[in-house]
Design a protein around this ligand. Sequence first.
Ligand SMILES: [Zn+2]
Length: 465
Amino acid sequence: MPEAQEGVLHDVTALIAFINSVSVTCVNRDPAAAYTAAADRFFLFISELADKSVRYLSSWRPIDNADFEDRRSELQSIRAVWRHFHNFIKPTLDADTLHGPYSVLAGIIQRTRELPGLEGLDVAMFLTPEPNHIQVYVTSFHENALKIRALVPNAPLFPTNLALIGVPYSQDSTTFPNCLIAHELGHHIGNQKDLRTRLDEAANASIRAYFGAKYANADAVQRSVWIKTVGGWAEEIFCDLFGVLLLGPCFAYSYIEHFDLCSVLDSSGTISGDRLGEATRFYVGHPSHHFRVQQQAQILRASNWWEAVTSTGSHVSDLLRQSLEIDLAVYVSKDELGDLVHALIDILPQVRAEVGAVFNGADDGWNEYSQLATPVKSYLKYGVVPSSVVSVERTENQDALVVHPSPLVLLNAGMEFYLTEVGTLMRTVPKEDPSSCERRVHWVRRIEQWISKAIEDHLLMGGSA
Ligand SMILES: [Zn+2]
């Protein structure tokens, strides 16, 4: 089949050229840019995979027409995977060590490594044009890496303990908004533990029980759409609860601020039913943000950290507290989506059990926080980086005890200070105007830098990431 052979040669050549053009960016990267060991592992994977893919394609020849019919789709599949990888390479190259929230990320990694079975976790970061962390679907990279391994002989295995996490490019030098990275890590860890299979099974059972005859009469495609919707919502809740258990209330505060959820508060600081209206709506792609905050508040209320929420005294912590009073019925719309919300509500105990299992035996960090939050905040009040704080004052009988607060304490105490004390800090500065939002931004950046520096110091002096 000379003509077909010519066509095959053309298609294979075009695919090799495409793979080369994608991978060459990893090989010829800017020598002045520095990357973390995790990013280097990612680049090495791409280079090795490109090498193996090109070798395989160079010898790709169907033996006859029947073989051609059977195997032509392979080329299409290999190209589809490389198109997918294409989306991540330049954004990962952009996230060199000068352009990414590295100290916050390193602090979050250190905290995650405290969890049983996650000691070897590593994270490569990429900068994304998405405005928020929680809509970056990171697990798709691992799925595509497995797909191509089934096609290309000796293709390298993408390390299962290497997470690929997207950070909005605008947040590369902020601190508190990046607490939302924990949500993405939740996706990675859920994926490692095959969480979605169990959540989809639970969703299926719940939908069957709730829908009755409607379920029995539905075809497989319809049922699959329902299961994917409820299973997807449950996974999002899992990731939020993971974030809260990993980082404490600062995760929920970042979430509330990012989505401007305080817009439902009236002038007295109370949730207004009228304002809440549309905000209670679920979408096929994600649950209502207020529903999600309510779930975060519930898991916090059952933990030691609730004391910190109730004593913070900010409108953001107030919203978190008040979210518990919202009747679940307001989330259940009078349509099919509302019926699916019912099915989700039925499986929430399983979602909580799944996230609880991840943290089984882990220290919740409350003890350290309750001892160090006050000194950390008083350091911030005087504009001092809280890297080494006095935990126990010196007495006649003993020396003072100086400790380096952990990222968990620094992020929570720092965020509470940011939510409640910016004005106080500014009033200590001569000629500063606490009513100027522009000047407040300046001081918020300073607070973030102090916290970020203290996290770096903690890692240098004891932890590692
Ligand atoms: Zn998500």
